[in-house]
Design a protein around this ligand. Sequence first.
Ligand code: ATP
Ligand code: AMP
Ligand code: MG
Length: 191
Amino acid sequence: MSKVVVVTGVPGVGKSTVIKGALKQLEARGIECDLINYGDIMLELMREREGVTDRDKMRKVLITPYREIQREAAKRIARAAKQRSVLVDTHCLVKKPEGYYPGLPKRVLEELDPESIILIEAAPKEVAARRTKDATRCRGKGVLNEVVEHQLLNRAAAAAYAALTGATVRIINNRDGGLSKAVKELVEALR
Ligand code: ATP
Ligand code: AMP
Ligand code: MG
């Protein structure tokens, strides 16, 4: 039966990098799992409905259209997940100007019904340095205290999502020099 695994973490922690490594290893072992980046689906809808073309500017969109687009994205992902198991690269809490906004509010959780929620974490100063170094994205300054707070709240949100769905929560550290260890742990979690 197909299943949904959600992989989350603060911006710049290395979610997409770790996922890419894990899927490559799984593919080599003949294990199939589709990857869906929630932000990609959001961006497609944001382009059509709000004229937003920059993925790092989406979080500034007003809450009402943001919520509607998020729900539509969840429906699309759920449709894809009916056919095959999917790994969803997404965010636990999106830092919007209004405050932290749940990446998986109740309606989204009902659509996705994840089997497990994986939190990728790193030391706050490592996250801040990765954000500064990665010129391909505009993730914000990455002030140390903000990263600390965001990671803390992500844990709380993940626990709440688990309580609502019965999903398991697993934390994977993606420290500097520890990428292959993080990839290995994700491979283990997905097998
Ligand atoms: P976003 O939520 O914004 O999409 P992300 O969590 O997907 O971010 P990535 O794009 O995977 O983050 O990684 C951010 C940067 O950190 C990239 O430049 C990547 O090469 C680097 N990076 C990822 N993992 C590590 C690691 N273990 N050590 C050092 N740098 C890393
Ligand atoms: P990413 O490339 O993973 O950083 O995703 C880009 C953007 O997509 C994020 O900054 C959010 O604005 C949006 N996004 C990703 N996942 C979700 C989600 N579950 N709910 C709402 N917005 C999301
Ligand atoms: Mg990413």
